[in-house]
Design a protein around this ligand. Sequence first.
Ligand SMILES: C[S@@+](CC[C@H](N)C(=O)[O-])C[C@H]1O[C@@H](n2cnc3c(N)ncnc32)[C@H](O)[C@@H]1O
Length: 203
Amino acid sequence: MKSKQEHWDEIFSAKQDTELGWYEDDLSQTLNLLNNIAISASSTLFLAGAGTSKLVDELLKTKAKLLVNDISAKALEQLSQRLDTSQCQYLHHDLSQSFDESFAVDVWIDRAVLHFLLTEEQITHYFDNLKNTVKCGGYVLLAEFSSTGATHCAGLTVHRYSTDEMQKRLGDKFELIESNEYVFVNPFQQEMPYIYALFKRTI
Ligand SMILES: C[S@@+](CC[C@H](N)C(=O)[O-])C[C@H]1O[C@@H](n2cnc3c(N)ncnc32)[C@H](O)[C@@H]1O
């Protein structure tokens, strides 16, 4: 059986970015939520499962330090070749496993990654990593398939989310700032309902 890394590496090796079912040209849904946050050159942003997203290119404009994570070494290789910048640090790590080093970040951004974790153990490790990483006063932006969203993506089953479940798993140190339902229309003209939610760590 293929490992998770092999699964994702194969996808990134076989397809151009615009052929990926999650490819988005219009990043405004994410950027509008990030407008709630003062991001500057002294900020550190964690991009969970960034893949080859153009969001990374866009966030470079903030001058913030970017910790760019993915389970796929292939995706990180393609991204680092495209960007050629010292503003990014690449973290090849499976977010369903505990971090073996510690980071402190101002913003954690996840679009379409958390929903691939299925077991309670995987999901708990993900949220423990997040809670150990986001500073007090920092933010978390989660954008996942909503309760009415697709049940599968990239050949994998997904766990769909509501804002309530996100809040429950984050716990009472995190306060909801804003959440929106958003229907993403993918490159194959399929409608993919997402829930976008921005939380602030208050304690
Ligand atoms: C659907 S893609 C989304 C990519 C990117 N966030 C975007 O919006 O374009 C899912 C991404 O999550 C990565 N991924 C999947 N499982 C992961 C895990 N357990 N840890 C870290 N990254 C993971 C995949 O390699 C892939 O890049």
